[in-house]
Ligand binder design. Structure first.
Ligand code: J2J
Length: 550
């Protein structure tokens, strides 16, 4: 049974996935103990100066899970989890799984707007924060939100970070270290139920939540880890934030731990930190977005770090230019693996035995034989001939059937027979490899970050002086894309400059990565024959160097 508000797979389909051995009835909360039984004293996690064995990880998870139960966390509760790449992220996520609660993975860059929405939409009873982190007081935000949202009863603060009000004694704010308690026998989770929620890259004004079940995520991580040849000798560097599906489970943290390998947590993806960790920990595999790969290539020319242990660099999350792809093997001395993925499910990857051309120019094949992929004409929905570009539709054993509590959006985002409309334009080569050709969804992919144009537009029009706003991506050599806002001002009011717009959006509590990089005032916005804002025309104008003025 899936939590209320989620869309289960049809019974026959679920049965098929079980018969084929894709869904094996695994409860993610039981994994740390099973791993400890298999890998015991081996190092599971390296985080800063700390090295945590599998045994220790399982013990910490048991104590924390018991503590959460004592704090009133109940099976089915949603808990927003907003922590950086620290051991406590992994421990807390698994402790929540163990306690039957459902973490909602939030980015540390999220601010009041995003966190309020995640808490409200999920009906969260708890919020786990890093106290003061990169100059932002998450505990204070927790207090503010708890005052607004009656369901929010606890703010759990990461050890070793201060924040406002941990000592106020009203029971709202609880340091995570105080949560831990004597282990309790806890009931197992239903493997077909939601284990946690990932955030959608989004196309709508308000971000959507993606329910991931125990069974589907155990399958995804196991399959990808197997195809990546992971084993006890593997060392995975989590360079990207671990709340990103790519770093959490492709194979990422969960896949590596499932294989008995070691996960090294990098505080951020900078070349400085990551090269040092690759050398010190003899890292064999890591995953980055193209913008980070570009940075690493630049830094490589100045660094004498020993990267010889690195076997594979996975790159995904945004379009990888073939010119950049071609530099990976010669300059970093490792194999490139292209990854196309989405928090919603479907993953495609190039494989070690793919010919070099396929590795540089395609995003590889789906990871599961049960992944169903269709390429259709976006306007008619009819399949296009092999090799032609169209919208990518997919369904399979680890691809969602519906967003959480979003019936109206689901009616548009899925076909009647349960295919998810990805909003990506792709083609399939005769050998069955996917090539991403573009996108029809209204999203900007800036570095690795996904920004829903509609979300930024909705905030822009609340700024005094702005009548209408249209946000489009503009190509950028370094970030892939940047955020370009076309604005129509109100006749009688002053048009705020970019700096004032950014300040206004920050003031509203929008995450920094969503702020427009450029704003352009126009007399009116071009319309399509159907009367919608013609974003194609705007994108072309934004990308035209003749057009841009400042
Ligand atoms: C072009 N666009 C890509 C690629 C994703 C592994 C890797 C990435 C993600 C991810 C992920 C792309 N080339 N190689 O979850 O597990 C764009 C597409 C896609 C959207 C999904 C994983 N790889 N994209 O990026 O949920 O537009 O997941 O639909 O953040 O990123 O974004 P997200």
């Amino acid at each position: 049974m899936m939590l209320d508000g989620c869309t289960p797979w049809p019974a026959e389909t679920a049965e098929r996935y079980r018969r084929a051995g894709q869904w094996r009835g695994i409860d993610l909360g039981s994994l740390p103990r099973a791993w400890a039984d298999a890998y015991g004293a081996a190092t599971a996690l390296v985080a800063g100066p700390e090295r945590i064995s599998y045994d220790e990880l399982a013990d910490r998870v048991d104590r924390r899970a018991a503590g959460f139960v004592r704090e009133g966390v109940r099976p089915g509760d949603r808990i927003v989890l907003q922590l950086p790449n620290v051991a406590q992220f992994v421990e807390t996520a698994f402790a929540l799984f163990r306690a039957g609660a459902k973490p909602v993975f939030s980015l540390t860059s999220h601010r009041a707007q995003e966190v309020r929405h995640l808490c409200e939409l999920s009906g969260a009873s708890g919020y786990v924060v890093p106290g003061l982190f990169r100059g932002f007081d998450h505990t204070a935000l927790g207090r503010q939100l708890a005052a607004e949202l009656p369901a929010l009863r606890r703010v759990f603060v990461m050890d070793g970070t201060s924040g406002t009000g941990a000592a106020d004694g009203d029971g709202l704010v609880v340091p995570l270290e105080k949560v831990d308690a004597e282990p309790l026998p806890l009931p197992a989770n239903d493997p077909s139920d939601v284990a946690f929620f990932l955030l959608s890259g989004g196309t709508t004004a308000l971000p959507k939540l993606i329910p991931r079940t125990h069974d589907d995520y155990a399958y995804q991580t196991r399959t990808v880890a197997g195809q990546s040849g992971l084993g006890p000798g593997s060392v995975y560097l989590a360079a990207l934030p671990v709340e990103f599906n790519f770093a959490w489970g492709c194979p990422g943290v969960v896949g590596t731990l499932s294989s008995g390998g070691t996960v090294v947590l990098a505080p951020d993806p900078t070349a400085d930190d990551c090269f040092r960790l690759i050398e010190a920990e003899r890292v064999t595999l890591t995953s980055v977005v193209p913008t980070v790969a570009r940075l690493w290539l630049e830094e490589r020319q100045w660094s004498d770090a020993d990267l010889s242990s690195l076997e594979v660099l996975q790159i995904g999350g945004a379009r990888l230019e073939p010119e950049l792809a071609a530099r990976i093997a010669p300059e970093l001395g490792c194999r490139l693996q292209q990854v196309f993925g989405m928090a919603e499910g479907l993953l495609t990857m190039t494989r070690p035995d793919d010919d070099p051309h396929a590795v540089l120019h395609t995003q590889g094949r789906p990871v599961s034989e049960a992944d169903e992929v269709l390429i259709v004409d976006p306007s008619t929905g009819a399949p296009v001939p092999v090799g032609e570009a169209g919208e990518l539709l997919t369904r399979g054993p680890y691809t969602l059937r519906g967003y959480y509590r979003a019936p109206e959006h689901n009616a548009r985002a899925f076909t009647e027979d349960g295919f998810y409309r990805t909003g990506d334009l792709a083609s399939i080569t005769p050998e069955g490899r996917l090539v991403v050709e573009g996108r029809i969804k209204d999203v900007v992919i800036r570095g690795g970050d996904k920004i829903a144009a509609g979300e930024v537009e909705a905030h822009l029009v609340t700024v005094p002086g702005i009548a209408t706003a249209a946000v489009v991506p503009v190509p950028d050599e370094f970030l892939g894309e940047r955020i370009y806002a076309f604005l129509v001002s109100r006749a009688e009011e002053e048009a705020p400059p970019l700096s004032a717009l950014k300040a206004a959006l920050q003031e509203r509590g929008l995450a920094d990565f969503k702020l427009p990089d450029r704003a352009e005032y126009v007399a009116d916005l071009p319309l399509t024959p159907l009367g919608k804002i013609d974003k194609k025309v705007l994108s072309a104008a934004a990308a035209d160097p003749e057009y841009s003025r400042d």
